[in-house]
Design a protein around this ligand. Structure first.
Ligand code: CMC
Length: 451
């Protein structure tokens, strides 16, 4: 079998390329004595892909790529990620610019509607969001049913899934107005659902949202206020949280976003699709890494702070230990989000004049790992989860809530992808194939004859 590429010939009549892409000739694959032509597709930033959608029909073969390391599942116009050069852009705008000049609600608008809002559009969006912050009063009863020590990600996934039981008037995936209402409901209600999970875990009364506060201020208010006294949100905490939500807001076809697309491809409603995304995010190899990272740093601290010992341990394959918050499937350079988070971390800790030994350990660990041949060779750098937990700790957010905050940040990205998929002229239910590797036909043995 061999693959070669060539420029388009005048006579070739390929299908028109997908929006935002162009055709660039074909690759020829020789398999079983046959030659199959595979169109080469080029994206707006020059990324090239082979369109194999007709491969099985033409050759009888499929491609195999466990973990989708080398497989594009879709074209997308939302986020551009260049892992070699550490570049991340939402709708063409660099993450550094958005983190400096926008707030999270504005970035959510950008991701979902595809353009930066003008003042009137942003105002209408904010007003609509502030009208949906409460959850149905009966949903509050759910929280009495969950065990006190439930992980808040479990609660979050369940309650978001249950939105489809209470808001049945916005479940039709083909009705743009219903979709928009469910989008606004989700963005407004997620902080309320998240903060209630925390209140439940510490036995405090659930605080109603306050619509006179901004998105992050309102969340911090619901997290930390109690009915018996005044609570003032620290504006620096609100700003730091805003930046964290922005840098988490989208990251193209990651595990949870692909899950949202996969579930949504069956035309499951938006609440159900997002609930599935929350479950995918929970794992420690994905969003759960922020909790796992702080727990690792605490463990290193409790063990005397010997970072070299843990870097060496991470290099031993049979140890089962990895440096959490390190490495990335796509970034083979410093994660631009980690840079922004580390800078905010520095500023926030200086401002509140709090010395956090965990931050020291994180910095020492980074220094030792980045100078180590194992990490250099494999291009393993700190990722978004490495320093975010230090900021959350400084704000007083409990470690179990870290991944919930990741979910709050990622929500507009999930929504944008779900909508983009539904608008795609080539939308199909996601249904990967497999190479069967089990037993061939076996003869059935009755139970009394089995050894
Ligand atoms: N510590 C030690 N070794 C590592 C690490 C790490 N954190 N990450 C990767 N490696 C090694 C791995 O053992 C492998 O070595 P070899 O080539 O000798 O077999 C090589 O680097 C490539 O790793 P991989 O597992 O094949 O890479 P992947 O793209 O499948 O996995 C990852 C990416 C993020 C799951 C992985 O780097 C990891 O487990 N990191 C720790 C968990 C983490 O921080 N996750 C958050 C990711 S960023 C936010 C998000 O996506 O939610």
């Amino acid at each position: 079998m061999s693959v070669t590429t060539s420029k388009p010939a005048a006579s070739q009549s390929a299908a028109p390329p997908l929006p935002g892409t162009r055709a660039d000739g074909t690759a020829r694959l020789e398999i079983g004595g046959k030659t199959v032509e595979l169109p080469v597709i080029v994206g707006s930033e020059g990324e090239r892909g082979l369109d194999i959608s007709k491969l099985r029909a033409q050759s009888g073969a499929i491609t195999l790529d466990e973990g989708f390391v080398n497989t594009g599942s879709t074209t997308s116009a939302i986020t551009y990620l260049d892992g070699e050069n550490g570049i991340l852009r939402y709708r063409g705008y660099p993450i550094e610019v958005l983190a400096e000049k926008c707030d999270f609600v504005e970035v959510a608008y950008l991701l979902i509607y595809g353009k930066l809002p003008n003042p009137a559009e942003l105002d209408t969006f904010r007003t609509s969001l502030s009208h949906h912050t409460m959850i149905h009063e009966d949903m509050r009863n759910f929280y009495t049913g969950f065990p006190r020590d439930a992980h808040p990600m479990a609660t979050l996934g369940s309650v978001v899934g249950a939105l489809s039981t209470f808001y049945q008037d916005s479940l039709d995936v083909r009705d743009p107005r219903q979709v928009e209402v469910s989008v606004h409901r989700l963005i407004s209600k997620l902080p309320t659902i998240a903060a209630y999970s925390h209140k439940k875990s510490c036995g405090q009364p659930l605080m109603y949202p306050r619509n006179d506060l901004g998105y992050c201020e309102n969340f911090l208010h619901m997290m930390f206020a109690v009915p018996c006294e005044e609570y003032h949100v620290d504006p620096d905490f609100a700003d730091a949280l805003d930046m964290l939500l922005i840098v988490h807001a989208d990251h193209e076809q990651n595990c949870s976003t692909s899950t949202v697309r996969m579930v949504g491809s069956s035309d499951a409603n938006l609440f159900a699709s997002i609930s599935a995304g929350i479950c995918a995010l929970w794992g420690p190899l994905h969003g759960g890494a922020n909790q796992a990272c702080v727990e690792m740093l605490e463990k290193i601290g409790a063990d005397g702070g010997n970072v070299r010992k843990y870097v060496d341990l991470a290099k031993k394959k049979d140890s089962g230990f990895r440096l959490m918050g390190f490495g990335h499937r796509v970034y083979k350079n410093y994660d631009p989000r980690a840079k922004l988070i580390k800078a905010t971390c520095d500023k926030l800790l200086a401002k509140i004049a709090r010395h956090d030994p965990i931050f020291d350990i994180a910095q020492q660990l980074e220094e030792v790992a980045l100078a180590d041949e194992y990490f250099i060779e494999r291009k393993l750098y700190p990722n978004v989860d490495f320093y975010s937990g230090v900021i959350y700790r400084a704000m007083g957010i409990p470690v179990q809530m870290f991944t919930v905050l990741f979910a709050m940040g990622r929500l507009p990205g999930w929504i944008a992808h779900w909508i983009e998929m539904h608008h795609s002229p080539t939308k199909k239910i996601c249904r990967p194939r497999q190479i069967y590797s089990g037993d061939t036909l076996r003869e059935f043995v009755p139970i009394d004859k089995r050894p």
